[in-house]
Design a protein around this ligand. Sequence first.
Ligand code: NAD
Length: 262
Amino acid sequence: MHEQSAPVGRLAGKAAIVTGAAGGIGRATVDAFHREGAMVVAMDLAAPLAAARFDASGVIKIACDLADRDAIRAATEEAVAKLGGLDILVAGGALKGGTGNFVDLGDADWDRYIDVNLTGTFLACRAAARAMVAGGKGGRIITIGSVNSFLSEPEAAAYVAAKGGVAMLTRAMAVDLAKYGILANMIAPGPVDVTGNNTGYSEPKLAGEVRDEVALGRPGLPDEVATAAVFLAEGGSSFITGSTITIDGGMSAMIFGGMRGS
Ligand SMILES: NC(=O)c1ccc[n+]([C@@H]2O[C@H](COP(=O)([O-])OP(=O)(O)OC[C@H]3O[C@@H](n4cnc5c(N)ncnc54)[C@H](O)[C@@H]3O)[C@@H](O)[C@H]2O)c1
């Protein structure tokens, strides 16, 4: 009889859902989780998900629009059924970008960013929490906020407000879900180049901004975010909940400076 070898890795045998899985940080997270032995369901909008390539062939793709309440519930149920349970959610799906000056910010833009980035994150987290409570084995919820969860920037009010909401949502979950053994933490990235070929910040103005605003003088890479998601998902981080890991190359540690003058 063929003897099946036990899965190895820091997340061996764990069942995970990643939203925003077709994006730069999402793909890196799916791949990192898979390398560490987790079974992963990748969720994203249908078209980007169909086009997304992952390192492992065993990644299960389930399309889901975070602005659609019924779709999130159904997709989570399908994922839990396919995985045989749920241990980890990484809630990273979001719209990015600015919405213009506050005075001109329209209702439709405001609604879109709040619906996808805040309400969508809430719905994905609640669906996952319900599955984890039903499973009775605790779990890990990792939201992807931003440095914009606590620092603003020009012409991005809807994004910034939604990301600020994600920060407090994460703390609220940490408080309410502790009694079920479910830990909730947020990752707050600064500028991360998700182009896959280090060109995301090569345009001179953006490159100059990163040089001036990031202590390390460069944007981060998706793998440098995924590594923190693995840490927050694994056994060793068992006393961390309600916390934020900021991954911004020192951006939020200073008012200005960076590599300026060096
Ligand atoms: N890259 C950065 O500089 C940066 C900085 C701070 C925070 N973040 C956050 O990190 C997370 C991942 O961002 P990324 O840089 O990989 O961006 P990305 O645009 O590559 O990925 C975001 C993913 O979310 C998906 N998405 C958007 N709307 C959706 C919807 N309605 N339903 C389902 N999925 C939807 C997109 O299809 C995309 O695949 C986001 O939450 C983003 O706000 C990124």
